[in-house]
Design a protein around this ligand. Sequence first.
Ligand SMILES: *Cc1c(COP(=O)(O)O)cnc(C)c1O
Length: 499
Amino acid sequence: MSKTSQRDAPLDFSGETFRKLGHALIEQIADFYDSLPDRPVTRAKTPQEIRELIGDTELPDRGADPGQLLTELAPVLFENSLHNGHPRFMGYITSSGAPLGALGDLLAAAVNSNVGAWDLSPVATEIERQTIRWIADFIGYTKDCGGIMVSGGNMANLIGFYAARRAKAPWNIREAGLYADDRPLRVYASDATHTWIHKAADLSGIGTDNIRWIASDARQCMLIDDLEAKIASDRDAGCLPFLVVGAAGTVSTGTVDPLPAIAAICRRNELWFHVDGAYGAPAAGLPDASEDLRGLALADSVALDPHKWLYSPLEAACALVREPGHLTDAFSFHPEYYRFEDDEREPRTNYYEHGVQNSRGFRALKVWLSLRAIGRGAYVQMLQDDIALARRLYDAAAAHPELETFTQELSITTFRYRPANLAATDEAAEAYLNDLNEELLSRLQDGGEAYVSNAVLQGRMLLRACIVNFRTTASDIDALVGIVVRLGRELDAKRRPAE
Ligand SMILES: *Cc1c(COP(=O)(O)O)cnc(C)c1O
């Protein structure tokens, strides 16, 4: 029989135990941060090797000493993870997570507020509200907007998509679903749009066939004439256009669509204008941001990822909507088991009504702490440094006889290795270069010296460096150039067919 008058709950730590384990762990993490530059970016182990490291055992019946577990597990993570925070990690768009953010997550988990409702999380809800306002302010969006913190760019874009669907469907789509009308709802997005759009069209029932792909140019910038033509022809065919998605930094090249022009088309056609700024939206806060990028201020909704270019540890994303009511219109239901009463004089934000999640963690804290600790000016400086490094890479590659450059947008540079004495640009040479660069990329990614990812532009396999990393310096960029050329030469010497 269970005796609960004096419980012995092994998951409950006294302050003394927590202090001891916590101090030891903090020591290990501090050493890890200091040692990052000297570690390989990754060790590229196989799933089987990793399973052996963590012990491929069944669920234990008996426990183990938590202090020992932490002491032993931390080095396994430090030694076998791919380190986004390594100065030479420039792949995909995953930032070096701010150490302050790690402390923020620890604090948030310790207090363990449920940020689903104001009454359950008074301070956390207000900090989230302020974080959203600060983010909007930073990127030049209206501070009176609504918004919510979510897990990532996919979810933030999904929030915008659902807000659009609710606001623009000519009937109550939340109640009647798609069945009230047989005309298809249509969404317009460039062919360079991130794959979240597939999931949103699928999950919403709208269907991926009702995504109208708008052509983009060689830089992956949306072609406005094609957008207007497709909206017009769909209208003529009796379809229901409802949403246009513009990119504030495409995922492959960081290209910004002509957002003011898209906004004007949306206004004329009464369509929802959503901006996917998962990566690039923070750059709208720079003093020299382009007019195209500043155009995100005209959007009905914006998605952005603090875990990308605001250097927050995963996970943290943010969806903004121009009219706060658009989120509650799209997501609010009032179940009888909640009685979070509102006070008209002093309205309370219950975030479960603003998005998909019910119980919610305090993601905003780590973002708030970083914004609060360094302020706008230092953020501007860090973003500018990342862009300057991406340009340095572009210039160095352009100047090198064995490297060829393609695009440089925001903090993303695309380039490839091209042997100096390769014959002219015929089809066979292009096929060879694709294979060569694909192999080069695998070698680079497995080697642990530096890490970039790829972009495919007009059938060409390119190397792509994205710098959202406050640890990367000019010497890391210069080193990357040297590593790519060395690997390229080695592979070319082995692979080139005799001429
Ligand atoms: C990264 C990215 C996404 C997806 O964001 P996640 O945080 O990975 O879910 C969407 N759109 C763009 C432009 C991105 O760069």
